[in-house]
Design a protein around this ligand. Structure first.
Ligand SMILES: [Zn+2]
Ligand SMILES: [Zn+2]
Length: 165
């Protein structure tokens, strides 16, 4: 099963709205904090904007650019926007995962919720990693057992003991 690492929002929106631009070189200027500023030929307006290394790494666009659009701009698929915001993955990644699971819940194999409800995104509460897609019941089931493997094992043992009695 493939696991997806969540990414910062700015990076996801950059995926969606196109590339930041091409780094031309160092500008010779620095931010007040001392961070070096690079000249970037903007992919949207074609002008040169100054961006620091962190901006470049995360794909953060220049907010004063005449073509700059705020992250949650209109026109984006609503479900895509929600998935990006809540789980740090794209709808495309969700769909790829769904396909890889053959449109079935990763635990019980149920697919009757796919049609109208779509499978729930199961993520690890400590790392944020998206572990897989589950039907509503299996997703709630894991949550009710606090994602705790030991507790789940004990539940299985309990059921086995009851049968043996
Ligand atoms: Zn620009
Ligand atoms: Zn299930």
């Amino acid at each position: 099963m493939m696991k997806i690492k969540p990414r910062p929002l700015a990076q996801l929106y950059n995926d969606y709205s196109g590339i930041l631009g091409v780094v031309v070189g160092l500008s010779g200027k620095r931010e007040k904090s001392g961070a070096l500023l690079y000249e970037v030929k903007c992919a949207d307006c074609g002008e040169i904007h100054l961006r620091n290394a962190k901006h470049l790494k995360q794909g953060v666009k220049y907010q004063k650019c005449s073509e700059y659009k705020p992250p949650n701009y209109v026109g984006m698929n609503k479900r895509d926007a929600v998935i990006r915001k809540q789980y740090g993955i794209t709808l495309e990644e969700y769909n790829n995962m769904l396909k890889a699971q053959d449109y079935k819940c990763a635990i019980c194999g149920n697919e009757d919720e796919v049609e109208d409800r779509k499978l729930a995104i199961d993520h690890c509460h400590s790392t944020g990693d998206v572990r897989g897609l589950l039907c509503g019941k299996c997703n709630r089931g894991l949550g009710l057992f606090y994602d705790n493997q030991e507790l789940l094992q004990q539940a299985i043992q309990y059921l086995k003991n009851a049968l043996a009695r």
